[in-house]
Design a protein around this ligand. Structure first.
Ligand SMILES: Cc1cc2nc3c(=O)[nH]c(=O)nc-3n(C[C@H](O)[C@H](O)[C@H](O)COP(=O)(O)OP(=O)(O)OC[C@H]3O[C@@H](n4cnc5c(N)ncnc54)[C@H](O)[C@@H]3O)c2cc1C
Length: 586
């Protein structure tokens, strides 16, 4: 048992989606990092699975979009949400989800160069490990973070190597707490979370079974059980498809006073799966049983000094809306470029303060949305006339009203459609997924008001170049190759997007970490006029996009002294930087 000393710029605790994304992104920016993970491997039970467009965009920018789509289930297979008495039994309601309905599909396609997909964490995490290692990351399993102490120059962390029994003393500039809902980093650094934990107890039965005959004609990810009887609201559970149509999770809320998960036998698990499917002779291969709980917690601050917490360490909420993994990946993406610029001496450490300022409101909104969505699901039961403690006979009688002619049946059917429409806030919440906007010192808001919209901003995403927003996607073309405005920033450089007549921005950017793209003229085409329609500034104006594809600043038209204006903007964001006039190439 030795004591080994290691020096690395960034120590990342936890090899979940947050830690692995941070590691891969940092390596893409040329920053060495060490990831330590307490367990022998990545997640061994399936958890999150909905991977939204923003996350796929991030995977694209990190160079693994193709590898991701090769293993993920495509969006067209995510179409149908079903509410059934059992999978083989009565279908009570159906809705189209994740932007697949005829009226939403075009909106999702117009908003992003990539589709969303369904990919269980058990598949995504190994992909991230492989990509990060290929990029040069040092990822060590069976290593437990124990403690850390910061001083003026860095952080000294103690890590136990569980296999060798060695103690690692890791000296780093920064420590990232990507260590999940029981974050030791959060606790040690004095950061806290607000809100209740353990609002409900839940379990996942992970199994293999061939359910093709029930789902191939109505493909989707989620099947909600509405079996009448006293089980409500502790129903048989929600079937979650992880691999069509052979691998699933049955997730259910349970009462620990009624069920001891630790002693739940294989036979009991199989019986529960068979009941949810409605097939007593279904062949079921069990793959695992895991417990989880419903929390509603968020940290008021995500960082302190040299410590930064991300992912479930700072926000914990139910899986409704499929936000947990997606917000965690975006936390990492937000932090990585800032750390890389600061470590590279290209930005003042004050830039790191903007991480918490930008991401905390997103986490808080995610927690709120997920909890609200969970509550809204109960409207389905109410609309159907299903009540907790109701007898089986009364429950079926309530369901039969759905098929009745006349005013009672009409009212029940109308109530059900209304309740199903409400679940759009969970399953078609495009605005929640893409529409958030940062406010911090790394954004220069021009306080311009948005074009008035009568559409609900949670349900609908509106493309914009408003500072703080993810830059509007527009389809472009260069030398016969299709690309998106989102593809224009490269590495740690900012992209300044301008149009015909905006060529003077090129000189203005000399010596700054800014690449100028004149769109719609020269070799960069705007073939459908999408950028012209979405840029919200004049052709000679500018939209400055950060490495994470959020808008830093925009300018309506070419100013008298664009170099002075742009230098001031970059200085505002990155802090004191060399005077561009001394670097400018004449
Ligand atoms: C059973 C379950 C089901 C879920 N279902 C969904 C879902 O359907 N949809 C959804 O959106 N979200 C779901 N979630 C949440 C989702 O999985 C998380 O939001 C996501 O995993 C967060 O990623 P993360 O990297 O922040 O944390 P995690 O994935 O929790 O990763 C943290 C990692 O840190 C490691 N670690 C912790 N402490 C230490 C230490 N001291 N030293 C070293 N390593 C350490 C852990 O072992 C873990 O591997 C579920 C979570 C669970 C547990």
């Amino acid at each position: 048992m030795a004591t080994i000393e290691i020096g690395v710029p960034v120590l990342i605790v936890g090899a979940g989606p947050a830690g692995l994304t941070a590691s891969l992104a940092l390596r893409r920016y040329g920053i060495d990092n060490l990831v330590i993970e307490q367990y022998p491997s990545t997640a061994h039970t399936p958890r999150a699975h909905i991977v939204n467009q923003r996350t796929v965009e991030i995977l694209r920018h990190l160079g693994i979009e193709d590898r991701f789509h090769a293993v993920a289930t495509p969006q067209r297979m995510m179409r149908n949400n079903l509410w059934v008495t059992s999978l083989a039994g009565r279908e009570v309601a159906r809705s189209e989800t994740w932007g697949t309905s005829p009226e939403r599909a075009g909106e999702y396609e117009a908003a992003s160069p990539v589709p969303m997909a369904n990919c269980p964490q058990t598949v995504l995490e190994p992909l991230l490990v492989e990509a990060a290692r290929d990029a040069g990351a040092d990822i060590r399993f069976q290593h437990v973070f124990e403690s850390a102490k910061a001083d003026e120059y860095g952080v000294t962390s103690t890590v136990l190597d569980r296999t060798a029994g060695d103690t690692l003393i890791v000296r780093s500039q920064y420590v990232l707490g990507a260590d999940g809902a029981r974050s030791a980093v959060l606790e040690q650094t004095g950061l806290t979370v607000d809100g209740p934990a353990g609002l409900a107890q839940a379990a996942n039965i992970w199994f293999r079974a061939d359910l093709s005959k029930y789902l191939a004609h109505r493909p989707g990810v989620l099947v909600w059980n509405v079996m009448p009887g006293p089980l409500a609201p502790l129903r048989l559970g929600t079937l979650i498809c992880h691999k069509p149509w052979t691998e699933f999770v049955l997730a259910f809320i349970y009462d620990p006073a009624e069920l001891d998960l630790a002693t739940m036998s294989d036979a009991e698990q199989i019986a529960r799966v068979r009941a949810a499917v409605g097939d007593d002779s279904l062949e079921v291969e069990l793959k695992g049983l895991a417990r989880w709980q419903v929390n509603a917690q968020v940290a008021p601050r995500y960082s302190t000094g040299r410590f930064f917490c991300l992912g479930d360490a700072v926000h914990r909420h139910p899986p409704s809306n499929g936000l947990g993994l997606n917000i965690s990946v975006a936390d990492a993406y937000n932090l990585a470029w800032k750390l890389a610029l600061v470590l590279g001496g290209q930005a003042d450490p004050a830039l790191l303060e903007t991480y918490s300022a930008e991401r905390q409101p997103v986490g808080a909104a995610g927690v709120q949305r997920a909890i609200t969505s969970l509550g809204e699901l109960a409207e389905i039961d109410r609309a159907l006339g299903l009540e907790p403690g109701q007898s089986v006979a009364d429950g079926w009688a309530a369901l039969r009203v759905l098929d009745e002619a006349g005013p009672d049946g009409d009212a029940r059917r109308a109530a059900l459609r209304k309740a199903v429409a409400l679940t759009d806030y969970q399953f078609n919440a495009h605005g929640v997924e893409l529409g958030y906007r940062y406010r911090s010192d790394a954004v220069l808001d021009d306080d311009s008001s948005d074009a008035p919209s009568d559409r609900d901003p949670e349900l609908y995403y509106t493309a914009t170049t408003h500072p703080g927003a993810r830059v509007a996607h527009a389809r472009l073309e260069r030398a016969g190759v299709a690309l998106s405005t989102l593809d224009l920033p490269a590495g740690l450089r900012f992209a300044l997007l301008t149009g015909c007549g905006g060529e003077a921005w090129r000189d203005a950017a000399a010596g700054l970490p800014v690449d100028v793209h004149v769109i719609g003229t020269g070799d960069l085409l705007d073939p459908y006029g999408e950028w012209a329609a979405r840029r919200e500034v004049a052709s000679t104006g500018a939209v400055l996009v950060r490495p994470d594809r959020h808008v830093a600043w925009r300018c309506e038209r070419l100013p008298a002294d664009p170099a002075a204006v742009l230098t001031e903007v970059v200085r505002h964001m990155l802090g004191p930087i060399p005077d561009p006039t001394t670097n400018r190439q004449e």
